[in-house]
Design a protein around this ligand. Structure first.
Ligand code: SAH
Length: 396
């Protein structure tokens, strides 16, 4: 579908009194707030209107979702949603990234969905390659404009990565694959001058955990001469920063064999083999049985709470994990502890770590609080876009 000059958009009309969250620029319209459904297909752009037929904005319609419409533009006047409109969104996001990303980094998130006013779109850049995730039908329908903009900003390769559950739930029709030319895996890219090999086809997420860049830099500042344990290491993001900043020894632990293989390769291309050891092992198990005296432990587990119902179980998981590390770390040691579960907010995470510290019966102080980096912006009207939190603990 093309949204060219003649726009004939259907209206989604809200129940009276239900426009408040839209007046506050929250981009989600829940199905319960709708008085009259638009006569539109999944993914079509609709006009969102008050009960009095006043225009509030434009959004992607998702008739099968609880979030029935995701607004990408708040406006009380008509706007032409043509190719230029969509391409400009990508260019705007790119201009912001060029302010944020230093020249020795070419790994960054270009589009962070609602955080860049583009619901249903995630784009990560690795050197000259963009990995595009289209999470709703609406974003699938504008994909050609997005691709054009990516080529305009100088990217050479585009890989589309879709998740099977999105394809079913949101009826996104595109399959994973290269949009144009095929590249062989892994590709090479750099973060703060450190080279990483990245498999964007088979790796986790879009191939790399870009969201820990700033926190890895902070670890680097503490690493000189230290013995460091990096748990849930994946391809060695934190490990490489520690090694590049003079760590005496770094151990990386991950249950995925593929992740550890990539981690070993990353250590090798940066020539740090003599100071690094890796373990394909369950972290809980490793922490129970470890005998080294580490100065620093990093805990960066996957999201234990994938939805609101899982919060109680996930909280226990985070508590056990932190308790194990708090019991084991040597006196005067540091723990970098994280949670990327959106459903566990900053306050709850801190309470969980507090409760682990109380059980460990040790003096624990918070030296720093971590968050997601600046290329994962949080739309102030959409707090759901905030997900990564962490603490730097000093343990006596
Ligand atoms: N810190 C990493 C990202 C971690 S993602 C980085 O900066 O790149 C979470 C990782 O935990 C994944 O690689 C996954 O394979 C691993 N994992 C999940 N459960 C695990 C477990 N019980 N034991 C060990 N590793 C686990």
């Amino acid at each position: 579908m093309h949204y060219k000059s003649k726009q004939n958009l259907q209206s989604l009309i809200l129940k009276s009194g239900r426009e408040r969250s839209l007046n506050n620029r929250h981009p989600w319209v829940f199905s319960g707030a709708i008085k009259t459904l638009p006569n539109a297909q999944n993914g079509e752009i609709v006009k969102v209107e008050t009960n009095n037929k006043e225009l509030l904005g434009y959004g992607f319609y998702s008739p099968h979702s609880q979030i029935a419409c995701r607004v990408f533009e708040f406006s009380t006047v008509d706007i032409l949603l043509d190719a230029t409109y969509w391409k400009e969104k990508v260019h705007q996001a790119y201009r912001l990234r060029m302010l944020l990303i230093s020249p020795n980094t070419n790994i960054y998130r270009l589009i962070h969905a609602e955080g860049d006013f583009l619901p249903g779109v995630i784009i990560d850049v690795y050197n000259d390659t963009a990995v595009v995730q289209l999470l709703i039908k609406g974003s699938e329908r504008i994909r050609e404009f997005i691709f054009e903009a990516l080529y305009e900003i100088g990217l050479k390769f585009i890989y589309l990565r879709t998740k099977q559950n999105t394809q079913i739930l949101e009826q996104v029709g595109v399959e994973s694959g290269w949009v144009n030319e095929i590249r062989s895996m892994p590709i090479e890219a750099k973060e703060n001058g450190i080279v990483f090999l990245i498999d964007i086809e088979k790796g986790q997420k879009t191939g790399f955990f870009i969201d820990q860049r700033e926190n890895r830099e902070i670890l680097g500042n503490f690493s000189n001469g230290k013995k460091i344990l990096n748990t849930f290491s994946y391809s060695g993001g934190f490990s490489l920063y520690a090694l590049a900043n003079g760590a005496e020894i770094v151990h990386s632990v991950d249950s995925s064999k593929d992740a550890i293989e990539m981690c070993d390769k990353n250590v090798a291309i940066n020539s740090f083999q003599t100071k690094h050891k890796s373990f394909v092992q369950d972290v809980f198990d490793f922490l129970q049985h470890m005998d080294e005296d580490y100065d620093i432990i990093i805990l960066d587990p996957p999201a234990f709470a994938k939805n609101a119902k899982a919060v109680a179980n996930a909280s226990r998981g985070y508590k056990n994990l932190n308790l194990s590390a708090l019991k084991q770390i040597k006196s005067g040691g540091l723990i970098f502890t994280f949670s990327c579960s959106q459903h566990i907010d900053r306050d709850l995470f801190r309470k969980i770590v507090f409760s682990a510290a109380a059980d460990a019966k040790r003096n624990v102080r918070i030296l720093k609080q971590f968050t997601q980096p600046d290329d994962h912006p949080i739309n102030i009207f959409h707090p759901e876009g905030e997900y990564l939190k962490g603490l730097l603990l000093y343990v006596e």
